[in-house]
Write a protein that binds this ligand. Structure first.
Ligand SMILES: Nc1ncnc2c1ncn2[C@@H]1O[C@H](COP(=O)(O)OP(=O)(O)OP(=O)(O)O)[C@@H](O)[C@H]1O
Ligand SMILES: NC(=O)c1ccc[n+]([C@@H]2O[C@H](COP(=O)(O)O)[C@@H](O)[C@H]2O)c1
Ligand SMILES: [Zn+2]
Length: 273
């Protein structure tokens, strides 16, 4: 393989990570193996982006704790990183905007490592060449940013008032999606039944995990409330962090219990901005 036609990929995973589990980290490894096995891609970076507190999901603990646990989990990875930008936004940010933000950052980082053009205005001009008006245009050699998620998130695209269809079209049509199967889901069937997902099916990479691993953060929080062990479901450092800070109680599970999830609030409230 001469590497000439290999596209560099950055994987971005958005979620609550409440708390981060071994399966969240496995998703990145599974996705990288899958993409690189095709011979078409080289995965250069993974980004974990914990959602901000304004998402208002039931039982969602403070972003700074979720961020710190994600950091502890990725300390020993040479390619998976954690990014605080989304978690620091005062309002909930649609995933399409998070993807755009990281795409822009990725292009900027690419430009900065390019030692041929170091003159500032030239860099700026080349960044601008990636755009036409407000829409982002890919340069042939620029890396690709793909959203990484589990099949439940893919299937949530069909939940009324949860996602704007134009956002889904932008994510799958312009960037790309890597979806890890979960045992109760059938992502291929879901794609087949959606005209939009079918249209962009070539940009959706379904990774079938045969050794299914149904660790979920909900299960972990439940075990913690009941004083049960969660060892080996989460990285060691995260288990210690949870115990030291006394996280995940009956009380914390009631957070946002009577609040509507931010996207549902936004899209059922009549606002479509
Ligand atoms: N066991 C799993 N298999 C495949 N994908 C998973 C698994 N657990 C989580 N994911 C994916 O990880 C991302 C972050 O998910 P999230 O933070 O909601 O974790 P979760 O374990 O599903 O938590 P919760 O139970 O609170 O919903 C999502 O894309 C989700 O689909
Ligand atoms: N319309 C949207 O952009 C939209 C809707 C629902 C969830 N999400 C995102 O998907 C992720 C899902 O996280 P959970 O599975 O933990 O709820 C979060 O990062 C959330 O912001 C985005
Ligand atoms: Zn989930």
């Amino acid at each position: 393989m001469d590497g000439q036609n290999i596209t560099k990929v950055v994987l971005l995973s958005c979620g609550s990570f409440n708390p981060i589990t071994n399966m969240h980290l496995r998703m990145f490894e599974l996705a990288r193996d899958y993409l690189e096995d095709t011979g078409q891609y080289r995965v250069v970076k993974g980004i974990l982006s914990p959602v901000g507190d304004a998402y208002k999901k039931k039982g969602l603990i403070e972003a700074h704790h979720r961020m710190e646990m994600a950091r502890l989990s990725t300390d020993n990875s040479d390619w998976i990183t954690v990014d605080a930008w989304e978690s620091l936004q005062p309002d909930w940010v649609e995933t399409s905007k998070v993807v755009r933000h990281h795409y822009d950052e990725m292009l900027e980082a690419e430009q900065n490592t390019d030692d041929v053009d170091t003159v500032k205005y030239a860099k700026k001009r080349r960044i601008e060449e990636n755009y036409e008006g407000s829409s982002r245009h890919k340069r042939r050699d620029s890396p690709q940013l793909m959203l990484l998620c589990g099949a439940d998130v893919l299937e949530s695209f069909g939940v009324p008032n949860l996602w704007k269809q134009e956002d889904v079209a932008e994510i799958v049509g312009h960037y790309g999606l890597v979806c890890i199967s979960r045992s109760a889901s059938d992502p291929d069937k879901f794609i087949h039944q959606s005209d939009m997902l079918w249209k962009y099916r070539k940009n959706i990479h379904v990774v079938r995990e045969w050794v299914t691993n149904e660790i979920s953060a909900t299960h972990v929080r439940r075990s913690l409330r009941r004083g049960r062990s969660v060892r080996y479901l989460l990285p060691e450092g995260v288990v210690d962090y949870i115990h030291v800070h006394g996280l995940y109680s009956t009380e914390s599970e009631q957070k946002n219990a009577d609040v509507v999830l931010a996207p549902l609030q936004k899209y059922t409230g009549g606002s479509s901005s």
